[in-house]
Design a protein around this ligand. Structure first.
Ligand SMILES: C[S@@+](CC[C@H](N)C(=O)[O-])C[C@H]1O[C@@H](n2cnc3c(N)ncnc32)[C@H](O)[C@@H]1O
Length: 648
């Protein structure tokens, strides 16, 4: 086999290694990425292809002895620090191990322990393929001066979160499980802590069995892995050991090196990485392995990730983004995986809008997963409420929620092509209506109290008429000004409040009491949604005022001080909008919660209100006045119906 070029290996590593490929990033920075940055279907196929070509290499070709390679080959593809530098001596962990790399570091032991503990809990930082790890059991050893025997604090996960998909597979009455719905697992019953050969000076500090959940469990196996943190008091050093619960190299997942255990040792301001071979491998095999081989490349990256994150701890890096405040990460991710397996491929394959299916499909699946888990925490059952998705656009979110058994309706001023592709019961739940808040059409409460029979406020709204295009032969359509009389009088259509209230094309947001409102990137409606008086989620995108006109809100210093945990710049137009929605909702009386959703969008802030703070706070009339009025809403949104639909 010719040596794989560094770039080929880089390419493989990009798709699946145990190490994040983006350049220096701290633990918290990589955490702050929306974790659902979805690989495209094509990318997944490519990953699979890379994976199988790797398998082919592995099956048929003996590994290269790197010392037999002409030196200039290596020098041309690798930097000096990418060439293993401790293979010519016995590993500091003993003769059973093969030391691969050692580097000088500035951080202290406690920085290293903090960083590695964080990485053990969040292996997704190390690998793009891993979604998360569930801790299955944990033993903490506390040594005290008066006794040789440590006390042990034990944590056992009695009730491991079962992937929803496992359950749905078990219940599959037809016994037909689609390829993309199959979940791959390996030795999950094996929860024994795996020990490794080491000098007795290494005493366990923490022993953990974690369950590695890959992002795509129908392609990568779910496995258990032991993680040990061991201290050597004589040497003032700490060793981290990873051992997957796997018995031979062939079963090792693609994102790990094909070894029994990996050891990362901090000792005297040096960090080194060591491999423990499987029984059917030998130390000399790894001593001779070409530095361009995947196992050595992974060692290089693992070592540098450990260094980078320990440096991050030393430099006092603060976590920037707080996800998972409203819904737990585990329940969201399990739900997301299950929905993705169920819907993603069909939806992407049958996409009929001109927009990018991958953006919409994965984003809406993630929002659906979040909503379902959120609703599980606030409602007794699917029957105890109904949702209304205002400005639902292509209706994808409505489709997924209805298919999942939720009751609700999607409303948009313009129907979309996609609506016709959904099942009939979903189509029946998508309404082409323009939303005009009742408050703009009904009499003021003071008038109602004296004239209870008055149902409308008697206003007349003038909606500017767009000229009909007049095509004559091949001539271009005339412009608006050319069609109006020479004095350019603007033609208008008049609508009374009474007409609008009785029109089936108008929705006045007078919903059943048990309604939950969704406003996902619903632009003009964004600031209105908390004011309708129903529990809601708003995921803001573009800034509009209560007139439905583009607006730029001033940044809110007070909000910024209390909402530091965002992934966006606090002085951006977007940040000001999110703050403004929260402020409107709070003023109206909602107790507002904010969550940075794990969706593949930079506009991922959700403002949620379902509990009263001092409900009702200021009245909707007062808020409309504070916001500069809403007199032009009807004219502006009626005109919206005549515009082509917009999508983001
Ligand atoms: C940016 S799109 C978002 C669509 C969808 N929620 C999504 O995330 O893909 C905003 C939608 O809000 C709708 N919309 C805005 N104001 C509306 C109103 N007054 N009545 C009905 N729909 C409205 C628009 O027609 C548009 O489809």
């Amino acid at each position: 086999m010719s040596p794989a070029s560094a770039s080929e290996l880089e390419e493989q590593n990009k798709t699946a290694t145990m190490v994040n490929n983006s350049e220096p990033q701290t633990a918290t920075e990589s955490e702050s990425q929306p974790i659902l940055t979805e690989k495209t279907i094509e990318q997944e196929k490519k990953t699979q292809k890379n994976r199988s070509s790797h398998k082919r290499d592995k099956d048929t070709t003996p590994p290269l002895k790197w010392s037999e390679q002409p030196k200039r080959n290596l020098e041309s593809t690798l930097k000096p620090n990418e060439i293993p530098n401790i293979r010519d001596r016995e590993s500091a962990l003993g003769k059973e191990w093969c030391g691969i790399f050692e580097i000088d570091v500035e951080f202290k032991l406690h920085h290293y322990i903090t960083a590695m503990s964080h990485l053990i809990e969040n292996p997704n930082i190390n690998s793009t393929v891993i979604l998360r790890a569930d801790i299955m059991k944990e033993f903490k050893y506390v040594y005290n001066e008066n006794s040789d025997e440590p006390t042990v604090e034990t944590y056992i996960n009695e009730n491991p979160e079962e992937l929803l998909l496992n359950n749905s597979n078990n219940n599959d009455s037809t016994d037909i499980i689609k390829e993309e719905e199959r979940i791959l697992t390996r030795n999950l019953d094996d929860l024994e802590i795996k020990k490794v050969p080491l000098s007795e000076d290494f005493k366990p500090s923490i022993e953990i069995v974690r369950r590695m959940i890959p992002r795509n469990p129908s392609k990568d196996y779910i496995i258990n892995q032991t993680c040990l943190i061991l201290n050597n008091s004589k040497e003032n050093s700490t060793l981290i050991v990873y051992t997957p619960h796997i018995s031979n190299p062939e079963e090792v997942p693609f994102y790990l090196p094909e070894v029994q255990s990996i050891g990362l040792l901090y000792q005297n301001n040096k960090l080194s990485i060591h491999y423990l071979p499987f029984p059917n491998q030998s130390v000399s095999f790894f001593k001779e392995l070409n530095p361009t081989e995947r196992a050595i490349r992974i060692a290089y990256r693992l070592l540098n990730t450990a260094k980078k994150h320990s440096n991050g701890v030393m430099n006092g890096y603060q976590k920037r983004v707080n996800h998972d405040l409203v819904v737990s990460k585990v329940s969201f991710q399990d739900r997301y995986i299950a929905l993705k397996q169920k819907y993603a491929k069909t939806l992407v394959d049958n996409w009929c809008e001109s927009t990018d299916p991958r953006k919409h499909v994965f984003e809406d699946i993630a929002i659906a997963a979040f909503l379902i888990e959120f609703w599980n925490t606030i409602y007794e059952s699917k029957e105890s409420f109904e949702f209304r998705d205002l400005g639902c656009g292509n209706g994808l979110l409505v489709h997924i929620l209805i298919m999942e058994g939720y009751r609700g309706i999607g409303i948009d001023a313009r129907a979309r092509k996609s609506w016709l592709t959904y099942p009939a019961d979903v189509q029946a739940r998508l309404k082409e209506q323009v939303i005009i808040p009742a408050v703009l059409l009904r009499p003021h409460p003071a008038i109602r109290s004296t004239q209870p029979h008055q149902l409308d406020n008697g206003l007349v709204f003038k909606v500017p008429l767009k000229p009909k295009p007049q095509h004559q032969g091949n001539s271009k359509p005339e412009t608006q000004s050319a069609q109006f009389p020479a004095n350019k009088v603007q033609m208008v259509e008049c609508y009374t409040s009474a007409e609008l209230l009785s029109s089936p094309q108008v929705n006045t947001t007078e919903f059943p009491k048990n309604t939950f409102i969704i406003g996902n990137h619903s632009d003009e409606l964004t600031c209105w949604i908390p004011l309708f008086g129903y529990p809601f989620i708003v995921i803001p995108c573009c800034s509009h005022n209560l007139n439905g006109e583009k607006a730029r809100y001033a940044s809110n210093k007070h909000m910024q001080a209390s909402n530091k945990s965002t992934s966006y710049s606090s002085n951006s137009r977007y940040a000001s909008l999110v703050d403004h929605v929260e402020e409107i909702a709070t003023t109206f009386g909602w107790k507002v919660e904010r969550e940075m959703l794990r969706i593949p969008s930079t506009r991922n802030a959700a403002v949620i209100g379902y509990q009263s703070n001092n409900f009702p706070g200021k009245s909707i009339y007062e808020i409309m006045a504070m916001e500069g009025g809403a007199d032009r809403w009807v004219e502006n949104t009626m005109a919206l119906m005549k515009k082509p639909p917009r999508d983001h």
